[in-house]
Design a protein around this ligand. Structure first.
Ligand code: XIL
Length: 405
């Protein structure tokens, strides 16, 4: 069931990520509230018409109205002045979820050399995606050589500051090492299949337990909805995806496995192709847990919150989670104040769509500061400027992800 994160509802099933505000009308004094269903034990003072904010602990989902009624019953039982508490009743129940985490793509060279970049990452973001350091050319430069130092540096920095890490990416047609694209002996279907299986197994295994989500497959569908033509797809066939997803699941059963694509923000042949593909993969038991919507929102892309909402609902109906994985909004220089406001609005629409949709779990921007954005510093495409100062778009996104847009 779809639960809008901001919905005020009495029937939605609650899960541990929700916060419930129960407004009770009734007695005063110190009370113990909670329900057996949620095993909640909160001691608090309830005065007439007091609002209680309580986190729902883990346990079986429970409906908000049941939760609230049980809380009131507990208040009646446990209030010190029992008699005076006999009239405690539920006045209103609001359900809200905590903010959606904000992430950024991170470059190891910038992290090493740029102090404002480092502090912006640590203070302004909750999640990090190595921007290039986990791509095959970087992490697996020779058939028998893996090079994890750069990615390990980012993962270590992020985790030491409490940030989650997304892995990007295992199966893609770009940024491949030469030994894959120009082999000494031509690949056969089975030899390249084995290269892919080993690559995924080794890389995911190296980060097991430290990377919570992998973009297993990247840009595997073309604008017309057909499979992208890459060396993997041409040589192995369409089940290159099966190999990668299954190997990733085996190497870290706890990681969420995502199919990540661009140009799928709004309805069209590209999005149809991704839907067909993910439906087919899941029907065959291939472990695809999520779809990543890149959201490179070029000027004039015109993607709105309602486009994204419809897209997320379509993906969620396949039984997968959704993330915005690579948001950026480049502008043509010169960067006027009006362009800055327009950029903040575009970012906010995308972030708001993510907050509003129950299936959307994280919002990642493709770059920490403008100085190191792949779009070029002069397009000012991300949320923090080159000197480490958050731009209006940053405040707009943070507010939207907390449900305050
Ligand atoms: C980009 C990086 O940001 C650049 O530094 C690199 O030179 C090329 O790749 N979609 C993706 C990302 O999935 O991996 C790309 O990242 C941007 C487009």
């Amino acid at each position: 069931m779809r639960l809008g994160r901001r919905a005020t509802t009495l029937r939605a099933p609650l899960v541990p990520t929700h916060t419930v505000r129960v407004r009770l009308r009734g007695c005063g004094g110190r009370l113990r509230i909670g329900t057996d269903a949620t095993r909640l034990r909160t001691v608090t003072a309830v005065r007439s018409m007091q609002t209680l904010s309580v986190a729902v602990p883990s346990g079986r989902p429970v409906s908000a109205v049941r939760f609230a009624r049980a809380a009131a019953a507990r208040a009646r039982q446990n209030g010190r002045a029992r008699r005076a508490c006999a009239r405690v009743s539920v006045d209103r129940v609001d359900v809200a979820a905590p903010p959606v985490p904000l992430g950024a793509a991170v470059r190891d060279d910038a992290l090493a050399s740029d102090a404002p970049y480092r502090s912006a990452l640590a203070s302004d973001f909750r999640s990090a995606t190595p921007e290039n350091e986990l791509k095959m050319e970087a992490v697996h430069p020779q058939p028998d050589i893996y090079s994890f130092e750069r990615a390990d540096g980012i993962v270590g920095f992020a985790r030491s500051r409490g940030l989650a890490v997304r892995g990007h990416t295992l199966l893609w047609g770009e940024q491949l090492p030469r030994w894959v694209t120009s082999p000494v002996m031509p690949w056969t279907r089975s030899s390249l299949r084995e290269v892919l299986r080993r690559h995924v197994t080794t890389v995911v295994g190296h980060f097991r337990g430290r990377i919570d989500t992998w973009d297993v497959a990247n840009e595997v569908v073309r604008a017309d909805g057909s499979r992208s033509s890459t060396i993997w797809q041409r040589t192995i066939g369409d089940d290159d995806l099966d190999v990668a997803f299954r190997a990733a699941r085996a190497a870290d059963p706890g990681a969420r496995l995502v199919l990540n694509d661009n140009g799928i923000e709004r309805a069209g042949a590209h999005q149809d192709g991704v839907v067909r593909l993910v439906r087919d993969l899941r029907a065959r038991g291939v472990p695809v847990d999520g779809i990543g919507i890149q959201a490179h929102l070029d000027p004039g892309s015109g993607v709105t919150a309602s486009d994204l909402d419809r897209t997320m609902s379509r993906f969620a109906a396949l039984g997968v989670r959704v993330e915005i994985t690579e948001a950026d909004v480049p502008r043509s220089p010169p960067l006027t104040p009006a362009a800055t406001v327009a950029q903040a609005e575009t970012f906010a629409q995308a972030a708001d769509a993510c907050w509003q949709h129950a299936a959307c779990d994280r919002f990642t921007v493709w770059g920490v500061t403008d100085a190191h954005s792949w779009r070029g510093a002069d397009t000012g495409a991300v949320l923090v400027d080159g000197t480490g100062h958050p731009k209006p778009a940053y405040a707009a996104v943070r507010a939207a992800l907390a449900g305050r847009s």
